[in-house]
Design a protein around this ligand. Structure first.
Ligand code: PMP
Ligand code: GLU
Length: 392
């Protein structure tokens, strides 16, 4: 019998999705489970965006999109948004590819830049899919572990220690999933220095850019003039507009690399759905108060969740600057993060994702999404508080 690829041994199902599926299954079996594993807004997509999709379908916009890299009104809306929000100028006719989801945009970006064996520097905690996608396209992920004790700061010397002749790219995610960390100007300078010194591409995953707290704007790495020509932005509709199920994202950056990614997109996805793209046009060009309303709501829940975890004996949490994840640490424990996650699942019936899934080996962290109903969050914290002594 033929066998599936050897990669099968290296790649597991996305742990965030696996834990989210598990929570849904436990609920279906009648357990009083609180699922905080999946990262997605609890809001419905704003009605004017839904209307735009329905109108587009009724108007017969149900065929393959042309051009396959994205319909012109959407490419133009993305370019206008990038100029307005990010101070980044791109040519909509050559520098953007629209994809069915930011995750595929990341896949295409890595596929377009890596030769087999090329290394990708990935600061940890990282979003779970960065190393796996790197491996799926033949690259080698190189983890650079940072720590909550140091506020997850990226230090130039630490980055330099991981450089080899095969280093090709660095992935930055600010605000970060799972920590919410946003790069400081000093860290941006370190990233720029390293990329220029070592001739690296930078993948800047900006999918949480709109979910920033306390008035501190997220800076796009493509707005830094010295490195603009080597930055590939990954973004999409999922988080800012509560459109996770619509599957719409994009990558934008240097014309040559985007051209390669466009060829690969046409050979795999073909295109994102036409009516979804028209809905995205309505979202990007329409009123933005819905985005601000959701952001404020996440900020309120952030305030609650940070205080709550800090008030549980033996757990600690630094400030969260953006995104919608809590990533508390169990301070004094002999348990691994998997054991912590399993104990919380068994004893509190609250589902999170262990810190190891995000590349953290030194401390016992667990990730909970706080894009959930306040009553559920509060109940989850109460349940964890009641069993926290079992985490030692
Ligand atoms: N980047 C990060 C950091 C994410 O958390 C996600 C969420 N899955 C994505 C990219 C991709 O999102 P999507 O495929 O829904 O656009
Ligand atoms: N980005 C979300 C998360 O981290 C959705 C699931 C996924 O794609 O990983 O939970």
């Amino acid at each position: 019998m033929p066998k599936p690829t050897q990669l099968a041994q290296m790649i597991s199902k996305s742990p965030t999705i696996a834990m989210n599926d598990k929570a849904k299954q436990l609920a279906a079996e009648g357990h009083s489970v609180i699922g905080l594993a999946g990262g997605e807004p609890d809001f419905d997509t704003p009605p004017h965006i839904v209307e735009a999709a329905i109108n587009a379908m009724r108007a017969g916009e149900t065929r393959y999109a042309a051009p396959s890299k994205g319909i012109s009104p959407l490419l133009e809306a993305i370019a206008a948004k990038m100029e307005r929000d990010n101070k980044v100028r791109v040519d909509p006719t050559s520098d953007i590819i629209v994809t069915p989801g930011g995750k595929l945009a990341l896949f295409l970006a890595l596929k377009a830049m890596l030769d087999p064996g090329d290394e990708v520097l990935i600061p940890a905690p990282y979003w779970v899919s960065y190393p796996s996608i790197t491996q799926m396209v033949g690259g080698v992920p190189v983890t650079i572990e940072t720590s909550s004790d140091d506020n997850y700061r990226l230090r130039l010397e630490h980055l330099r220690e991981h450089i080899t002749p095969r280093s090709k790219a660095l992935i930055i995610n600010s605000p970060c999933n799972p920590t919410g960390h946003m790069l400081s100007s000093e860290e941006i300078e370190s990233v720029a220095t390293l990329a220029l010194e070592e001739d690296l591409y930078i993948i800047s995953d900006e999918i949480y850019e709109k979910l920033n707290f306390d008035g501190r704007p997220a800076v796009s790495l493509a707005s830094i003039p010295d490195i603009a020509d080597r930055v590939i932005i990954i973004n999409g509709m999922s988080k800012a507009y509560a459109m996770t199920g619509w599957r719409l994202g994009w990558l934008a950056g240097p014309t040559e690399l985007i051209g390669v990614a466009g060829k690969f997109n046409s050979q795999t996805a073909t295109s994102a759905a036409t009516f979804t793209q028209l809905a995205a046009v309505a979202a990007l060009n329409g009123p933005q108060d819905c985005v601000e309303m959701m952001r404020q709501s996440y900020q309120e829940r952030r305030d609650f969740i940070v205080d709550a975890f800090n008030s549980i004996p033996n757990m600690s949490h630094p400030e969260i600057e953006g995104a919608f994840y809590a990533f508390p640490k169990v301070d004094e424990t002999s348990k691994t993060s998997e054991e912590v996650a399993n104990t919380i699942l068994d004893e509190a019936v609250v589902v999170g994702v262990p810190g190891s899934a995000f590349g953290i080996t030194k401390d016992a962290h667990i990730r909970f999404s706080f894009a959930e109903d306040m009553n559920k969050l509060s109940e989850a914290v109460d349940r964890i508080r009641a069993m926290a002594h079992m985490l030692a």
